[in-house]
Ligand binder design. Structure first.
Ligand code: COA
Length: 327
């Protein structure tokens, strides 16, 4: 065990919007079927933010639940790190909007862009902040991807959903974060992105007409990358924690696709009963998927305090991130 062992999770919470969009609802909107979506992805339904509800609204609700779980007052929070690929605005940071919403008056606040790996990246950054002197850091994954997908494009719109999850990180008596691995391969930046709307290609009537301001993905390449990456980064994080796959009580992978999870789990040799999967209900909520799955499994009693967890994310960038911790 290394000296990362004294910083851990004080509280955990998640929030998903009320509106449910099922595969059968999608059948009425585009040329798809429940059968195609279920067999190719495992997704049955997803949540969609209501009109006027933005990532900061979902993130603030998840944050308040995590603070309540931690019995920490918002005014005690030293920093807020929000992982998101669907921020309220290009700037200012969604974290600043959440800071105001929850009354975290003394908190520094910034966003982190690491795609679907964002939540684990943000946990690692928060770990560093606590290690260098801050006491309590709020880490949030918050997404309203429904605003950024083209609802005419069946190859992407069926995959994603909205939601948020949060943890409060601080000093713990025992356990906590035991090891992590972060990485990126920028040569894959163009296979999963939103091409238009940034400084590279500002919005014009022409590119709007071409729908290039929506999420773009080469699904098959992302799929191959994910299956390759999950076991590799997991092994690195476990090594840093001084643990073996067999020591893990629960694997909480990014919830993108059951076929990706099954293939990676097979390669890793981890029992499927130890894997938390809830993407059938929420689809891919990007940086929110790991904390939503974690909070749900903790709430229904599957995951208990003291359990050893392996969190693994992968996504746009391309990026990957894994972390081993004792909850
Ligand atoms: N409904 C029905 N048919 C669909 C469809 C839909 N929603 N989306 C695509 N299809 C069709 C395609 O048009 C294609 O038809 P064609 O063979 O006539 O051209 C066919 O299904 C197969 O498409 P393909 O893209 O090869 O399917 P796939 O087995 O690779 O599955 C994904 C597609 C997107 C489910 C899969 O590639 C994937 O999950 N990739 C990873 C995506 C991901 O997780 N991204 C986020 C990472 S953070």
């Amino acid at each position: 065990m290394n000296n990362t062992s004294q910083i851990g999770v004080l509280g955990l919470g998640a929030y998903v919007p009320e509106r449910v969009l099922t595969n059968h609802d999608l059948e009425k909107m585009i040329d798809t079927s429940d059968e195609w979506i279920t067999t190719r992805t495992g997704i049955k339904e997803r949540r969609i933010a209501s009109e006027g509800e933005a990532s900061s609204d979902l993130g603030a609700k998840a944050a308040l639940k995590a603070l309540e779980d931690a019995k920490v007052d918002p005014a005690e929070i030293d920093a807020i790190v929000v992982a998101t690929l669907s921020p309220d605005h290009i700037f200012p940071a969604t974290a600043c909007i959440i800071q105001e919403k929850i009354g975290a008056v003394k908190a520094a606040a910034f966003d982190l862009s690491a795609g679907c790996s964002g939540f684990v990246y943000a946990l690692a950054v928060a770990y560093g902040l606590v290690q260098t002197g801050l006491e309590k850091v709020l880490v949030i994954g918050a997404e309203t991807i429904s605003r950024f997908v083209n609802w005419q494009d069946r190859s992407t719109c069926v995959l994603f959903g909205d939601g948020a999850g949060a943890v409060v990180l601080g000093r713990v008596e025992r356990g906590g974060i035991l090891g992590f691995d972060l990485g990126a391969d920028g040569s894959g930046h163009s296979i999963l992105n939103i091409p238009v709307g940034g400084s590279r290609e500002p919005i014009t009537p022409e590119n709007l007409a071409q729908n290039r301001h929506y999420l773009y993905m080469v699904g098959s390449e992302v799929f191959r990358f994910a299956v390759r990456t999950v076991p590799r980064t997991s092994r690195k994080a476990l090594k840093k924690a001084g643990l073996e796959v067999g020591d893990v009580d629960w694997l909480i992978p990014h919830q993108a696709n059951t076929r990706i999870i099954d293939a990676a789990v097979n390669l890793m040799g981890i029992e499927s009963e130890k894997v938390v999967v809830n993407l059938d209900k929420y689809g891919n909520t990007s940086a929110a998927s790991i904390p939503i799955a974690w909070a749900e499994a903790a709430e229904d009693g599957r995951i208990k305090r003291g359990d050893k967890l392996l969190l693994v994310g992968f996504g746009a960038g391309l990026t990957w991130a894994s972390m081993v911790l004792e909850y």
